[in-house]
Design a protein around this ligand. Structure first.
Ligand code: FEO
Length: 172
């Protein structure tokens, strides 16, 4: 059974991952209604991934004899000025998620909950990859600026930028 403190911290992470899923779903809708079909596909897939991250914690909490709480969420932002703003917001959000995971790992160590600490290692690596992906995409968008042809090509190609390819690009 999880301690009350770890249970609360994991439930807070469930909230954050659910929020990520909703935020990226709203970004998918903005992109889809503004002619950025590639970005929209990317965001729909990313939203699904975040739901997966949430579910993984939900199951872990319940399997450890505690109770996962499905949170009420605020309405996400649904209007953006540009693709650049969309991806800036995405990176900002991922950095906040990384900070939260790091805090959670610290709380587990303090409480000597090595099982949960071990469970969280997957999230530690995932966050490194997600931040790398967001930074790679942002770098591309900054290079493109307002060039319409560049934005067209970016939107066409963004769905094929995977977490793995972004991590190797960052390593170069
Ligand atoms: Fe599950 Fe993108 O944090």
């Amino acid at each position: 059974m999880l301690s009350k403190k770890i249970e609360a911290a994991l439930n807070n992470q469930i909230l954050l991952e659910s929020e990520s899923s909703q935020i990226y779903l709203a970004m998918a809708c903005w992109a889809e209604t503004n002619g950025f079909d590639g970005t929209s596909g990317f965001m729909y897939a990313h939203s699904d991934e975040e739901r997966g991250h949430m579910l993984k914690i939900v199951k872990y909490v319940n399997e450890r004899g505690s109770h996962a709480v499905i949170p009420q969420l605020p309405q996400p932002k649904h209007d953006y000025k540009s693709l650049l703003e969309v991806f800036e917001n995405l990176l900002e959000h991922e950095v906040a998620v990384t900070n939260s995971i790091n805090e959670l790992v610290f709380v587990c160590l303090e409480a000597r909950d090595y099982t949960t600490h071990n469970f969280l290692q997957w999230y530690v690596s995932e966050q490194t990859e997600e931040e790398a992906l967001a930074r790679t995409i942002l770098d591309k968008l900054k290079m493109i600026g307002n060039d319409k042809g560049g934005l067209y090509l970016f939107d066409r190609d963004v769905e094929s930028i995977t977490v793995t390819s972004a991590t190797s690009l960052q390593a170069q």
